[in-house]
Design a protein around this ligand. Structure first.
Ligand code: E4P
Length: 227
Protein backbone atom coordinates (compact mmCIF):
# COMPACT_ATOMS: atom_id res chain seq x y z
CA UNK A 1 0.00 0.00 0.00
CA UNK A 2 1.21 3.47 -0.86
CA UNK A 3 1.16 6.48 1.46
CA UNK A 4 -0.19 9.89 0.51
CA UNK A 5 -0.14 12.78 2.92
CA UNK A 6 -3.46 14.49 3.63
CA UNK A 7 -2.51 18.14 4.07
CA UNK A 8 -2.02 21.42 2.26
CA UNK A 9 0.82 22.46 4.58
CA UNK A 10 4.07 22.71 2.63
CA UNK A 11 6.29 22.04 5.67
CA UNK A 12 4.37 18.87 6.49
CA UNK A 13 4.63 17.73 2.87
CA UNK A 14 8.39 18.43 2.85
CA UNK A 15 8.80 16.48 6.08
CA UNK A 16 6.96 13.37 4.82
CA UNK A 17 8.77 13.67 1.48
CA UNK A 18 12.04 13.65 3.45
CA UNK A 19 11.15 10.30 5.02
CA UNK A 20 11.19 8.75 1.55
CA UNK A 21 7.72 7.25 1.94
CA UNK A 22 5.55 9.69 0.08
CA UNK A 23 3.64 8.64 -3.06
CA UNK A 24 1.21 11.58 -3.32
CA UNK A 25 -0.70 14.40 -1.64
CA UNK A 26 -4.39 15.04 -1.08
CA UNK A 27 -5.79 18.43 -0.15
CA UNK A 28 -9.31 19.65 0.46
CA UNK A 29 -10.93 23.05 1.10
CA UNK A 30 -10.71 22.61 4.90
CA UNK A 31 -7.03 21.70 4.75
CA UNK A 32 -6.28 24.70 2.51
CA UNK A 33 -8.23 27.01 4.86
CA UNK A 34 -6.16 25.62 7.76
CA UNK A 35 -2.98 26.95 6.11
CA UNK A 36 -4.51 30.46 6.13
CA UNK A 37 -4.73 30.28 2.34
CA UNK A 38 -6.54 32.93 0.27
CA UNK A 39 -8.63 32.31 -2.84
CA UNK A 40 -6.26 34.37 -5.00
CA UNK A 41 -3.33 32.15 -4.01
CA UNK A 42 -5.11 28.77 -4.24
CA UNK A 43 -3.74 27.80 -7.63
CA UNK A 44 -0.27 29.13 -6.81
CA UNK A 45 -0.29 27.05 -3.64
CA UNK A 46 -1.24 23.92 -5.58
CA UNK A 47 1.65 24.60 -7.97
CA UNK A 48 4.06 24.93 -5.02
CA UNK A 49 2.87 21.57 -3.65
CA UNK A 50 3.38 20.00 -7.08
CA UNK A 51 6.91 21.40 -7.17
CA UNK A 52 7.74 20.00 -3.72
CA UNK A 53 6.71 16.51 -4.80
CA UNK A 54 7.43 16.55 -8.48
CA UNK A 55 5.84 13.70 -10.38
CA UNK A 56 3.65 12.53 -7.49
CA UNK A 57 -0.14 12.88 -7.80
CA UNK A 58 -1.46 15.97 -6.00
CA UNK A 59 -5.23 16.23 -5.53
CA UNK A 60 -6.65 19.76 -5.83
CA UNK A 61 -10.36 20.01 -5.01
CA UNK A 62 -12.93 21.92 -7.01
CA UNK A 63 -15.65 23.79 -5.14
CA UNK A 64 -17.77 24.21 -8.27
CA UNK A 65 -21.45 23.27 -8.07
CA UNK A 66 -22.51 22.97 -11.72
CA UNK A 67 -21.30 20.54 -14.36
CA UNK A 68 -20.01 23.40 -16.51
CA UNK A 69 -18.06 24.97 -13.65
CA UNK A 70 -16.64 21.60 -12.55
CA UNK A 71 -15.46 20.87 -16.09
CA UNK A 72 -13.94 24.36 -16.36
CA UNK A 73 -12.21 23.95 -12.97
CA UNK A 74 -10.91 20.52 -13.92
CA UNK A 75 -9.48 21.80 -17.19
CA UNK A 76 -7.85 24.82 -15.51
CA UNK A 77 -6.49 22.92 -12.48
CA UNK A 78 -5.09 20.10 -14.61
CA UNK A 79 -3.05 22.63 -16.58
CA UNK A 80 -1.31 23.90 -13.42
CA UNK A 81 1.11 20.94 -13.35
CA UNK A 82 1.32 17.51 -14.97
CA UNK A 83 0.85 15.80 -11.60
CA UNK A 84 -2.43 17.52 -10.66
CA UNK A 85 -5.39 15.23 -9.95
CA UNK A 86 -8.75 17.00 -9.88
CA UNK A 87 -10.78 16.18 -6.80
CA UNK A 88 -14.56 16.23 -7.11
CA UNK A 89 -17.06 15.43 -4.32
CA UNK A 90 -19.45 12.75 -5.55
CA UNK A 91 -22.85 13.93 -6.81
CA UNK A 92 -24.70 13.69 -10.13
CA UNK A 93 -22.97 16.78 -11.50
CA UNK A 94 -19.55 15.44 -10.53
CA UNK A 95 -20.21 12.13 -12.32
CA UNK A 96 -21.05 13.94 -15.56
CA UNK A 97 -18.09 16.31 -15.19
CA UNK A 98 -15.79 13.38 -14.42
CA UNK A 99 -16.97 11.48 -17.49
CA UNK A 100 -16.31 14.54 -19.68
CA UNK A 101 -12.83 15.36 -18.40
CA UNK A 102 -11.70 11.74 -18.02
CA UNK A 103 -12.22 11.40 -21.78
CA UNK A 104 -9.74 14.28 -22.18
CA UNK A 105 -7.12 12.42 -20.12
CA UNK A 106 -7.66 14.39 -16.89
CA UNK A 107 -7.26 12.33 -13.72
CA UNK A 108 -10.10 12.65 -11.21
CA UNK A 109 -10.16 11.69 -7.53
CA UNK A 110 -13.81 11.22 -6.52
CA UNK A 111 -14.04 12.18 -2.88
CA UNK A 112 -16.53 12.03 -0.02
CA UNK A 113 -17.29 8.42 -0.92
CA UNK A 114 -19.18 6.59 1.83
CA UNK A 115 -20.66 3.56 0.02
CA UNK A 116 -19.76 0.89 -2.55
CA UNK A 117 -22.41 2.21 -4.94
CA UNK A 118 -20.84 5.68 -4.91
CA UNK A 119 -17.42 4.10 -5.57
CA UNK A 120 -18.71 1.97 -8.46
CA UNK A 121 -20.50 4.93 -10.05
CA UNK A 122 -17.34 7.05 -9.75
CA UNK A 123 -15.20 4.34 -11.34
CA UNK A 124 -17.69 3.91 -14.18
CA UNK A 125 -17.70 7.66 -14.78
CA UNK A 126 -13.93 7.57 -15.30
CA UNK A 127 -12.49 8.43 -11.89
CA UNK A 128 -8.83 7.47 -11.62
CA UNK A 129 -9.06 7.38 -7.80
CA UNK A 130 -11.95 6.88 -5.39
CA UNK A 131 -11.66 8.07 -1.80
CA UNK A 132 -13.77 6.21 0.74
CA UNK A 133 -13.73 7.95 4.14
CA UNK A 134 -13.12 5.84 7.23
CA UNK A 135 -12.75 8.14 10.25
CA UNK A 136 -15.97 10.08 9.68
CA UNK A 137 -17.90 6.80 10.06
CA UNK A 138 -16.08 6.08 13.30
CA UNK A 139 -16.87 9.64 14.45
CA UNK A 140 -20.58 8.77 14.33
CA UNK A 141 -20.05 5.37 16.00
CA UNK A 142 -20.27 3.40 12.74
CA UNK A 143 -17.78 0.92 11.32
CA UNK A 144 -15.50 2.83 8.94
CA UNK A 145 -13.25 -0.14 8.23
CA UNK A 146 -16.25 -2.38 7.53
CA UNK A 147 -17.48 0.19 5.01
CA UNK A 148 -14.03 0.39 3.43
CA UNK A 149 -13.98 -3.42 3.10
CA UNK A 150 -17.19 -3.29 1.04
CA UNK A 151 -15.80 -0.58 -1.24
CA UNK A 152 -12.54 -2.49 -1.83
CA UNK A 153 -14.38 -5.73 -2.61
CA UNK A 154 -16.82 -4.02 -4.96
CA UNK A 155 -14.23 -2.02 -6.91
CA UNK A 156 -11.65 -4.84 -7.12
CA UNK A 157 -14.27 -7.15 -8.66
CA UNK A 158 -13.98 -5.37 -12.00
CA UNK A 159 -11.50 -4.36 -14.67
CA UNK A 160 -11.53 -0.61 -15.34
CA UNK A 161 -9.54 -0.70 -18.59
CA UNK A 162 -10.63 2.09 -20.91
CA UNK A 163 -12.47 4.03 -18.19
CA UNK A 164 -9.69 6.55 -17.54
CA UNK A 165 -6.33 7.51 -19.00
CA UNK A 166 -4.46 4.85 -16.98
CA UNK A 167 -7.10 2.12 -17.29
CA UNK A 168 -7.21 1.45 -13.56
CA UNK A 169 -8.87 2.70 -10.42
CA UNK A 170 -6.98 3.06 -7.17
CA UNK A 171 -8.71 3.22 -3.80
CA UNK A 172 -7.46 5.98 -1.53
CA UNK A 173 -8.40 5.25 2.08
CA UNK A 174 -9.29 8.71 3.37
CA UNK A 175 -10.23 10.26 6.70
CA UNK A 176 -7.52 8.22 8.37
CA UNK A 177 -7.06 8.92 12.07
CA UNK A 178 -5.06 6.04 13.55
CA UNK A 179 -2.31 3.50 12.78
CA UNK A 180 -5.00 0.82 13.02
CA UNK A 181 -6.89 2.45 10.14
CA UNK A 182 -3.67 2.19 8.08
CA UNK A 183 -3.11 -1.45 9.01
CA UNK A 184 -6.69 -2.45 8.27
CA UNK A 185 -6.66 -0.59 4.95
CA UNK A 186 -3.51 -2.47 3.93
CA UNK A 187 -4.93 -5.84 5.03
CA UNK A 188 -8.05 -5.16 2.95
CA UNK A 189 -5.93 -4.41 -0.12
CA UNK A 190 -6.68 -0.69 -0.44
CA UNK A 191 -4.10 0.76 -2.83
CA UNK A 192 -3.36 3.94 -0.89
CA UNK A 193 -3.90 5.52 2.52
CA UNK A 194 -3.89 9.30 2.67
CA UNK A 195 -2.77 10.15 6.16
CA UNK A 196 -2.34 13.41 8.10
CA UNK A 197 1.19 13.96 9.44
CA UNK A 198 0.03 13.51 13.04
CA UNK A 199 -1.23 9.98 12.25
CA UNK A 200 1.87 9.18 10.19
CA UNK A 201 4.01 10.08 13.22
CA UNK A 202 1.89 7.75 15.39
CA UNK A 203 2.40 5.01 12.81
CA UNK A 204 6.20 5.34 13.05
CA UNK A 205 6.21 4.93 16.82
CA UNK A 206 5.75 1.84 18.98
CA UNK A 207 6.24 1.71 22.77
CA UNK A 208 8.39 -1.42 22.44
CA UNK A 209 10.60 0.36 19.92
CA UNK A 210 11.03 3.27 22.35
CA UNK A 211 11.78 0.83 25.17
CA UNK A 212 14.24 -1.10 22.97
CA UNK A 213 16.07 2.05 21.89
CA UNK A 214 16.37 3.23 25.48
CA UNK A 215 17.84 -0.08 26.64
CA UNK A 216 20.28 -0.20 23.68
CA UNK A 217 21.35 3.37 24.53
CA UNK A 218 21.92 2.42 28.18
CA UNK A 219 23.95 -0.65 27.23
CA UNK A 220 25.94 1.22 24.57
CA UNK A 221 26.86 3.79 27.22
CA UNK A 222 28.46 0.90 29.19
CA UNK A 223 30.55 0.11 26.11
CA UNK A 224 31.60 3.76 25.80
CA UNK A 225 32.35 4.01 29.54
CA UNK A 226 34.58 0.94 29.33
CA UNK A 227 37.00 2.64 26.84
C1 E4P B 1 -9.48 12.99 1.67
O1 E4P B 1 -8.88 13.19 0.64
C2 E4P B 1 -9.82 14.03 2.64
O2 E4P B 1 -9.01 15.14 2.42
C3 E4P B 1 -9.57 13.64 4.08
O3 E4P B 1 -9.03 12.37 4.22
C4 E4P B 1 -10.66 13.99 5.00
O4 E4P B 1 -10.32 13.60 6.29
P1 E4P B 1 -11.11 14.09 7.59
O5 E4P B 1 -12.30 13.26 7.76
O6 E4P B 1 -10.12 13.88 8.70
O7 E4P B 1 -11.42 15.55 7.38
Amino acid sequence: MKFFIDTADLDEIREAEGWGVLAGVTTNPSLYAKTGGRLADFEGHMVRICEVCEGLPVSAESQAKTIEDMVADARRLSKLAPNIVVKLPICEEALTACHTVAAEGIRVNMTLVFSPTQALLAANAGARYVSPFVGRFDDIAEDGIGQLASVVRAVKNYDWAGRNVDGRVEIITASVRTPNHITQAALLGADIATVPLVALRKAVRHPLTDQGRASFDRDWQKVLDAQ
